[in-house]
Design a protein around this ligand. Structure first.
Ligand code: ATP
Ligand code: MG
Length: 321
């Protein structure tokens, strides 16, 4: 179980000569949600709304400005990210692994795939020995749909989708419980996207993985997620089981996001729905927050109109339909 407990992350704005203390980016501004063991939790929202920052805080690639993150691992060990020590952090990072959007940049082109996979052990406090590690690499490369012969090749020999499979295999080598998938299909063609999403779903079934699946595309998130959290300007504006959210969107921002989904036409061209002009006028501003919308902590409390469906009061004054 992971509890993002009212987490806050502020960054200083571009440090100019006149920059003052209060000039900040409110990247994550009091976000609170839980991810249960074995579920795929989708985080969706436009560029800059704070999805990556939320995920990076979990593995301490960023430090919290406020709040805390609790991770209770399956063996009962508890980790609290605020003030976590080195040994605990190493143990956490082998249990929670991060898969990035761009495998071309995250895979060292000089390494063989075998070396790439074994480099995943860097995030583990435990090295199992060369022969055990190689055995694991052989089994993993097949588990993600490639072959043992591919271990001797280099990243440049593979397509984008295959490289993403390799990144996933590298993340799995420490036998993690949690996989953070940050825009892992965003750079891929639609047909390849489906294959990678199905691979993730299969891995979840076979390994009982918990996933935090991040994307700006609501259709992609809706396809894989059990539950979805919608972020806008550093705030969680709505959370619900995926089906509920797709069928019964309550926050006007979720409605806006849904209306801006591309609609596929039979001729293969896609176009954007035009959507409600009032929603567009309200939400077409940048998704990142340089002004603090949260003037009062009670504002962060979410309404729960039905069990498991939470809706924020922030940014909710746009017309509802
Ligand atoms: N290291 C940093 N220094 C300053 N500002 C940052 C830093 N990292 C992120 N930000 C800002 O924090 C906000 C949230 O960024 P974040 O990367 O979490 O958004 P995101 O939802 O992942 O967006 P995207 O879909 O583009 O990946 C943005 O305004 C971003 O510019
Ligand atoms: Mg991001």
């Amino acid at each position: 179980m992971i509890h993002f407990d009212s987490i806050v992350k502020h960054y200083p704005l571009e440090a100019g000569f006149f920059a003052r203390e209060e000039h900040k980016v409110f990247a994550v501004n009091g976000v609170d949600f839980r991810v249960e063991p074995g579920e795929i939790y989708g985080l969706v929202g436009e560029s800059g709304c704070g999805k990556t920052t939320t995920a990076r805080l979990l593995v301490r690639m960023e430090r919290l400005t406020g709040g805390n993150i609790l991770f209770r691992s399956r063996d009962g060990r508890e980790f609290r990210l605020a003030g976590i020590g080195r040994a605990d952090l190493a143990a956490l990072r082998s249990r929670v692994r991060y898969v990035f959007q761009d495998p071309a940049r995250s895979l060292n082109p000089r390494l063989s795939i075998r070396e790439v996979l074994l480099s995943g052990y860097r995030y583990s406090p435990r090295w199992p020995g060369r022969s055990r590690a190689e055995e694991e690499a052989r089994s993993l490369i097949q588990e993600v749909g490639l072959s043992v012969g591919d271990l001797d090749r280099r990243p440049a020999d593979f397509s984008g989708g295959q490289r993403q499979r390799i990144s996933i295999a590298r993340a799995l080598i420490t036998q993690p419980e949690v996989l953070i998938c940050d825009e892992v299909v965003s750079a891929l063609d639609v047909s390849i996207q489906g294959q990678i999403l199905n691979l993730l779903l299969r891995l979840r079934e076979e390994r009982g993985l918990t996933m935090i699946f991040i994307a700006h595309d609501l259709a992609v998130v809706g396809y894989v997620s059990d539950r979805i959290g919608v972020m806008y300007r550093g705030v969680l504006v709505e959370e619900a089981p995926a089906r509920t959210l797709m069928a019964n969107r309550r926050h006007p921002y979720t409605q806006y996001l849904f209306e801006s989904l591309p609609v596929l036409r039979t001729d293969g061209e896609s176009h954007r729905r035009r959507g409600d002009p009032a929603l567009r006028a309200t939400f077409s501003r940048r998704a990142d927050a340089t002004e603090n919308p949260v003037s009062d902590a009670t504002f962060l409390e979410m309404d729960e109109p039905e069990p498991g469906h939470r809706v924020s009061r922030i940014f909710s004054d746009a017309p509802r339909r």
